[in-house]
Structure formats: structure tokens, C-alpha cells
Design a protein around this ligand. Structure first.
Ligand SMILES: Nc1ncnc2c1ncn2[C@@H]1O[C@H](COP(=O)(O)OP(=O)(O)OP(=O)(O)O)[C@@H](O)[C@H]1O
Ligand SMILES: [Mg+2]
Length: 326
């Protein structure tokens, strides 16, 4: 069964993920890390959505919950019109093929004892995508070439590749099975700055060529600026702002997004706005602030912000913010 073409490929509704953790050594109570709370988002067919926020804001947890690599505590994920939240492992299989992940650490995510041929080949084997050995090899060589490597790399092991080349293999593995959606979880943050742009450009070119939908996770708004159609900003487990990329960079409406943007280095010093650097530390996700989770670091918070959880509301077509102040 497939959804209507007009419907977003991915629809996430009210997704929360709480991790039970041990409380302090003096108490027996269990506490919970509120890693993601009440997140709703869409990713359209062929659309690139950036997911941005500081470390610990819940980006990886949200991404992995969407793929059911971890089980969400509550909420629903619909993929191509089908709710995948309650599917059994067997029912989930075809969706596992269609939703792939590119990991942050290209070393840790590739088996060091396997050649590039085997790493990519196993993805093909899992979903029985090659009819015979010759076809399998052809597919693997084709994938290596698509990602800027080649047949000469077939029999090499991960340690024989540079970081950038390893990430190309990670990308080839994800694309081997013909996904329609790719979660790219900080795909370049572990790489040398000198190769980050190359790998990002490769991802963007492949995304366009294959018309992939993509959720691209990053710490920093700068990384997704040239690749994302829309951007989602998270803070301490909650979505703060969602907007088309151009609107988000030119007219950020949430004070958290404004602070994040001011941290992005700009080539033109005149484009630099007055600095409202974030004050203080990120609070603990075990005891997030009441009301708006950002209020303890917000330059414009009032007492009302401690009482109301700001709903994510549209301020302009497609531009949403969770802030009661403006
Ligand atoms: N398995 C787990 N058990 C307990 N807490 C967890 C677990 N996984 C993540 N967390 C916590 O959930 C919160 C969100 O973590 P997450 O890794 O999703 O953030 P992130 O935005 O991806 O951060 P980073 O930018 O550092 O990758 C953090 O406070 C983290 O410590
Ligand atoms: Mg992460």
C-alpha cells in the first residue's frame, strides 16, 4: 500500500522519547531523561529537511525513533501513508529498506574486518537485490563510482581509506538498497574541515539525482544552509521553529534560532547582527524548565513563559514558532 503522492512521505506526530535512568545514589526513584517531547514534523517526497540544535537537544533520538532504531515512548510515525509505529519486525522489513541512515562516525559504523565490497554487498544481500554474483559486483562498482570511488577500492578495508572515503562507503551502503528517505545524522562532523564540503556536495548531488527525501542533522545552522529546503530547530527535546530555509536564515522568529544564527560565521561582517549570545548552560533534560524549556536562557522571557508550554504555531505560510512572546 502506498500513500497519495500529494501526502508528505514522512509524517511524525507528537513523538516523545523518555529514557528511564537511575536517580541519585541516595534515592531509589527512577528518573527520566526527556530526550524528545511532542515532536511533529513532515518530510516531503524528495525534500531535504535540516534538523539543527545544540548537543543534547534530541536530534539523534528523534531521528532514530523515526526509523524505529529505538522505540518511541509515544506518538506516531507514518511513512508513505502507513503508520509504522506498531508494525512487527517482519512487517517493518520493507520500510527498513526504504528508510536508510548515514551515521556520524564513518569509522565506528563500518565493520573493520570487511572489505568495501562486503560492506556494500551485505546491504544488497539483506534485501535480496542482486540476482547473481556478477550483478552484485556490478551494482557495488556502480555504487562506488556514484560516490566518487571505484572498482579499485572493492577489496580494501576501512582502515585503508581516509575519513572522507569511509563516509563515501557509508553513503554507498545506504543508497545500495534504493531508499526513498535517508536520515543523515551529522554526516560530516567527524571529518576534516577540508573534506566536509566535498562530502556534503556529494550528498546533495545524489539527493537530487535520486530524488531522495532527507533529514539532515547538524549542530550548526551553517552546515545545512546550502542543502536544506526547510529547517527545524530543536532545543532541549522540543521543536522551537520550523521554516523554509530562506525564511529561517533571513527572518528567524524564535529567540533561540536568532542566537544560533549569530553563532554562524558570516563572510560579510556587515551582515552580522548585534550579538545576543546565549547565556548560561543548557538545563538538565531530566528536569527541564517548566513552560518554555528555553526561557532560562532567553533574553525576552517573562513570568508567563514559566507557565505555558508554547504551542508550535504558524506565523507565516510554512513558518512555525513555539514562542508566546512575538
Ligand atoms: N540511551 C540513552 N539513555 C539515557 N539518556 C539518553 C540516551 N540516549 C540519549 N540520551 C539523552 O537524551 C538527550 C538527547 O540526546 P541526543 O543524542 O538525541 O541529542 P543530540 O541532539 O543528537 O546531541 P548531539 O548533537 O551531541 O549528537 C541527551 O540528554 C542524552 O544524554
Ligand atoms: Mg546526535
Amino acid at each position: 500500500m502506498t500513500g497519495a503522492a500529494s501526502e508528505p512521505l514522512l509524517q511524525v506526530r507528537n513523538l516523545s522519547k523518555l529514557f528511564p535512568v537511575k536517580g541519585s545514589p541516595f534515592s531509589r526513584t527512577r528518573e527520566t531523561v526527556k530526550a524528545v517531547q511532542d515532536a511533529s514534523l513532515d518530510v516531503g517526497r524528495g525534500e531535504v529537511v535540516g534538523l539543527v540544535g545544540e548537543s543534547g537537544s534530541g536530534k539523534t533520538t528523534l531521528g532514530r525513533s523515526i526509523l524505529r532504531l529505538i522505540e518511541p515512548t509515544s506518538g506516531e510515525v507514518r511513512f508513505d501513508g502507513v503508520s509504522i509505529t506498531a508494525l512487527s519486525a517482519r512487517q517493518l522489513r520493507p520500510y527498513r529498506r526504504r528508510m536508510q541512515i548515514v551515521f556520524q562516525d564513518p569509522f565506528g559504523s563500518l565493520n573493520p574486518r570487511f572489505t568495501a565490497e562486503r560492506i556494500i554487498g551485505e546491504a544488497l544481500d539483506t534485501h535480496r537485490l542482486a540476482r547473481n554474483r556478477a550483478e552484485r559486483r556490478d551494482l557495488i562498482v556502480d555504487l562506488l563510482e556514484k560516490t566518487g570511488l571505484g572498482a579499485a577500492h572493492l577489496s580494501r578495508y576501512p582502515h585503508e581509506f581516509s575519513g572522507g572515503q569511509r563516509q563515501r562507503i557509508g553513503i554507498a551502503r545506504a543508497l545500495a538498497v534504493g531508499p526513498d528517505f535517508v536520515l543523515a545524522d551529522e554526516p560530516v562532523s567527524a571529518l576534516d574541515v577540508s573534506v566536509q564540503a566535498q562530502v556534503l556536495n556529494l550528498l546533495r548531488d545524489l539527493q537530487r539525482e535520486l530524488d531522495l527525501a532527507m533529514l539532515m542533522v547538524a549542530h550548526d545552522l551553517g552546515v545545512v544552509e546550502y542543502i536544506a529546503d526547510r529547517v527545524i530547530v530543536m532545543y532541549l527535546g522540543r521543536i522551537m521553529e520550523v521554516a523554509p530555509a530562506r525564511a529561517l536564515y533571513s527572518n528567524p522568529v524564535h529567540p533561540y534560532t536568532q542566537a544560533l544564527l549569530e553563532a554562524v560565521p558570516r563572510p560579510d561582517p556587515k551582515a552580522r547582527r548585534s550579538r545576543t549570545l546565549l547565556k548560561g548552560e543548557i538545563p538538565s533534560p531530566i528536569h527541564p524548565p517548566s513552560g518554555c524549556v528555553f526561557r532560562t536562557r532567553c533574553p525576552i522571557a517573562t513570568t508567563e513563559c514559566a507557565e505555558v508550554i508554547p504551542p508550535l504555531e504558524e506565523t507565516a505560510p510554512g513558518h512555525l514558532k513555539a514562542c508566546i512572546r512575538r
